[in-house]
Design a protein around this ligand. Structure first.
Ligand code: TRH
Length: 400
C-alpha cells in the first residue's frame, strides 16, 4: 500500500519538521517503552523534532530518568485531558507532518481539529503481532469522521509487515559490549550486579504466575547449576506467595537466594538504554510484553516469551502465530520440547511435574541447537528493513 507523499507538508522556512507521538500509559512499561523508543528513532533516523505527549510522566521518569536532556530533538509534553489546557499547549507549537497515536489511544478533539488544517500523515501504531491478518491490514487507510485518513501501522516479523523498532547502530553496540569484558564488568558494577555467576545465566523479566514455583521445582530437579537474574519484581512476588522463598528473601536489589544449584538474584530496574546489556550478558532469557520481547529477538539468544494475557485467550493465538513462524527451521528435537514449555509458561500446557522435568532435559540436551536456531532467526530479522526504514519509504520522509 503506497501512501501519498507527506514530505510535501514539511515547512519550507528551514524550521525543523515536527512529529507528534501520543502515549497513554495503561499499565506496566510497554506503552511508554515503545512510545519512547519510537520517539528516539524518529528523531535519530528521520531527523524529526518529536513532541511526545504522554499522560503519565512518572512512568517515563522510571524508564528514562534523564529524559529531559537525553535527546534534544525530543520535547516531552504532558497530555492533559482538560480540553482548554490542550488548546493552550497546541497554540504554542508548530504544525506536525506526522502524528502517531500509539495503540489506539484516541487523539483529543483539539488535536484532530488542528490536523484537519495541517493534514499530516496520521498513523495508529498498533501492538506487534505475527498473525497474518495484521500483515493484510498493515498500512491500510481508514477514513475518519474528520475527513482525514488514518493508517494502521502493524509491527511484525514478516517482510510485508510494519517491521520492528531497531537502532541503526544496534549490532555495532552489541558486538562491542560482548567482546569487551571490561565494559561488561563496569556495567555489572554500575548496577550492583554480581561479578560472577554459576552455571547458565538467565535474565527473567516476566509476569506474576503460578508457574514459577513449578519452574523452580523443574530446574532444581534438573540439578544443573543455574543463575536467574530476576527483574521487575513480579516473579519474586509469585515465589514468595508460593512460599518457595522465605518471606524476607529477595527484598532488596542485589539480594541473593540459593535453592540447591539454583541461584536467584533480584536485580535493579535499569534505564531503558541499559536494558539490552542485561540480555547481552545472559545465556538465555524469559521476556514479556512487547518491547523486551523485541529486544530479545535482536539479542539473538534463546528465550521464552511470557506474553501479556488477553481476554478469551487471544494472547495464545498471538503466541503461537509468532513461534510457528520463528520455529519453521528449528530441529524437531528443539521444537517439541520448546513448545511444550512455552505453552506451560503461558498457561496453555498440560505438563505434570515429572513430565516438565523430562521436557526441560530434552531441551537442555539440545542446547546448542537451540542457541543456533535462535541466532539464525535473529539474523534473518536483522536482514529485514526496520520499522523506521519502512516508514521512511511509506511517508517519503527522508531517512538519515
Ligand atoms: O512492561 P510490559 O509488560 O508491557 C506490557 C506490554 O507491552 C503489553 O503488550 C501491553 O499491552 C502492556 O504492557 C500494557 O513489557 P514490555 O513491553 O517488555 O515493556 C517493558 C519495558 O521496560 C521495555 O522497554 C524494557 C524496559 N525495562 C527497562 O528499561 N529496565 C528494566 O530493568 C526492565 C526489566 C525493563
Amino acid at each position: 500500500m503506497q501512501s501519498q507523499d507527506f514530505s510535501v507538508y514539511a515547512p519550507t522556512d528551514g524550521s525543523a519538521t515536527e512529529a507528534w507521538v501520543f502515549v497513554r500509559v495503561i499499565d506496566n512499561f510497554g506503552d511508554v517503552g515503545v512510545g519512547w523508543r519510537l520517539s528516539c528513532l524518529l528523531a535519530e533516523l528521520l531527523c524529526l523534532r518529536v513532541r511526545l505527549w504522554i499522560d503519565d510522566l512518572g512512568a517515563l521518569d522510571r524508564l528514562v530518568p534523564e529524559h529531559a536532556g537525553y535527546q534534544p530533538q525530543i520535547v516531552v509534553e504532558t497530555w492533559q485531558d482538560d480540553e482548554a489546557a490542550m488548546q493552550r499547549q497546541l497554540a504554542a507549537v508548530a504544525d506536525p507532518v506526522l502524528v502517531i497515536e500509539t495503540f489506539g489511544c484516541d487523539l483529543p478533539s483539539a488535536v484532530q481539529a488542528r490536523m484537519t488544517e495541517c493534514r499530516p500523515l496520521w498513523l495508529n501504531w498498533e501492538y506487534l503481532t505475527a498473525e497474518d491478518w495484521a500483515v493484510d491490514l498493515h498500512a491500510m487507510p481508514s477514513l475518519q469522521a474528520n475527513g482525514l485518513e488514518k493508517y494502521f501501522w502493524f509491527m511484525g516479523v514478516d517482510a510485508a509487515s510494519g517491521g520492528l523498532l531497531r537502532e541503526a547502530d544496534y549490532l555495532a553496540k552489541r558486538t562491542a559490549f560482548q567482546q569487551q569484558v571490561s565494559m561488561q564488568q563496569a556495567f555489572r558494577q554500575q548496577y550492583g550486579l554480581p561479578l560472577q555467576h554459576s552455571g547458565q545465566l538467565w535474565l527473567v523479566f516476566a509476569y506474576a504466575s503460578v508457574c514459577w514455583p513449578q519452574w523452580m521445582a523443574m530446574w532444581r530437579q534438573a540439578d544443573a547449576p543455574m543463575t536467574l537474574w530476576l527483574a521487575g519484581g513480579q516473579v519474586v512476588d509469585s515465589l514468595r506467595a508460593a512460599q518457595v522463598i522465605a518471606p524476607d528473601a529477595l527484598q532488596q536489589d542485589g539480594d541473593v537466594y540459593v535453592l540447591d544449584k539454583l541461584t536467584l538474584v533480584r536485580i535493579p530496574f535499569v534505564p531503558q538504554a541499559a536494558f539490552d546489556r542485561l540480555l547481552w550478558l545472559a545465556d538465555a532469557a524469559i521476556v514479556r510484553g512487547e518491547d523486551s520481547f523485541v529486544r530479545a529477538l535482536w539479542a539473538g539468544l534463546p528465550f521464552f516469551w511470557h506474553i501479556y494475557r488477553q481476554d478469551d485467550d487471544a494472547h495464545l493465538h498471538k503466541l503461537h502465530a509468532f513461534w510457528n513462524k520463528a520455529m519453521a527451521g528449528w530441529p524437531v528435537g528443539v521444537r517439541g520440547a520448546f513448545m511444550a514449555l512455552s505453552d506451560d509458561l503461558n498457561g496453555a500446557g498440560n505438563l505434570d511435574g515429572l513430565r516438565r522435568v523430562e521436557v526441560w532435559q530434552d531441551l537442555y540436551a539440545n542446547w546448542q541447537n537451540w542457541v543456533k536456531a535462535a541466532a539464525v532467526w535473529s539474523e534473518m530479522l536483522h536482514a529485514q528493513d526496520s520499522a523506521l526504514e519502512k516508514l521512511a519509504r511509506f511517508s517519503h520522509l527522508p531517512l538519515k
